[in-house]
Structure formats: structure tokens, C-alpha cells
Design a protein. Structure first.
Length: 137
């Protein structure tokens, strides 16, 4: 508890969440299952959504995962802060892309970079495919 309270003061942006890992990170027991290997082999049905300024899961980590998955994945990023992008922010471009994926299984044809300015759905919908109003990766 003491470490959590100290970290809340030292790191006000993310708080004491990182201090809570200490008890389980060093358990002396073996894992129940082997580590999962992430790679570019397997179904192409992965959609990553990411805020560019997420203090808990930085963009660099999402980009590394996206590279590891190769063409199996698409990534939708939005220029906003906070931890958690989908429905937690007002970015309609990202929210629509993720909702379409969750309800139909259809991913964007390419990676999307959604503007920080929330947009109406008509601003980024082209021929049934979601497109960002700004640049794409």
C-alpha cells in the first residue's frame, strides 16, 4: 500500500497502478501455460485502437504489436490522450471504425489515423469502407 500511495504523488498522470504489480510479478511458481507467441501467422482479423497520448499503454507499444502481427492487423489511432480509445473519447472516426468491426467483422482496408477533431460519420465513410479524413498509414 505504501508504494501505491507514494507513486500516486510521484506520478500523478498514471497514479499508483504500476506499484500494484510487485506482489505477483515475482511469484516463484511456474506459469500454468506457456507464453503466447505473437506473430504474423494466423487469421487476419485483428483490429488495434490506440490513443497517441495514452499514459498507460504508449503508442510505441501498440506500433510494436502491430508490426509483430503484420498484415493480420489494422490499427486505428486517434490524436487524443487518456487510457482507452474506444467509446471513452469523442472521436467519431475511431468509434465508428471499431463499432463496424465489432458488429460486422469488417476491418478498415488500411490503417487509419483519425484527426483529433471529432467528425461526423459522413466525413470518413467512403463506399462502405471507413476512411480517416486526414492521413492514413
Amino acid at each position: 500500500m505504501h508504494d501505491t500511495a507514494v507513486d500516486r504523488e510521484r506520478f500523478p498522470l498514471f497514479g499508483g497502478a504500476g506499484a500494484n504489480i510487485r506482489p505477483c510479478a515475482f511469484w516463484s511458481t511456474e506459469p500454468a501455460e506457456p507464453p503466447v507467441r505473437v506473430g504474423d501467422r494466423g487469421p487476419s482479423n485483428v483490429l488495434l485502437s490506440q490513443n497517441t497520448n495514452d499514459p498507460g499503454t504508449p503508442l510505441a507499444g501498440a506500433e510494436k504489436m502491430h508490426r509483430a502481427l503484420g498484415d493480420r492487423s489494422r490499427m486505428v489511432t486517434t490524436e487524443q490522450g487518456g487510457h482507452g480509445a474506444y467509446l471513452l473519447g469523442a472521436n467519431q472516426c475511431l468509434n465508428d471504425a471499431v463499432t463496424t468491426y465489432l458488429t460486422t467483422g469488417e476491418r478498415p482496408a488500411e490503417d487509419l489515423v483519425c484527426s483529433s477533431t471529432p467528425r461526423r460519420p459522413a466525413d470518413h465513410q467512403v463506399s462502405g469502407r471507413l476512411r480517416a479524413s486526414g492521413s492514413s498509414r
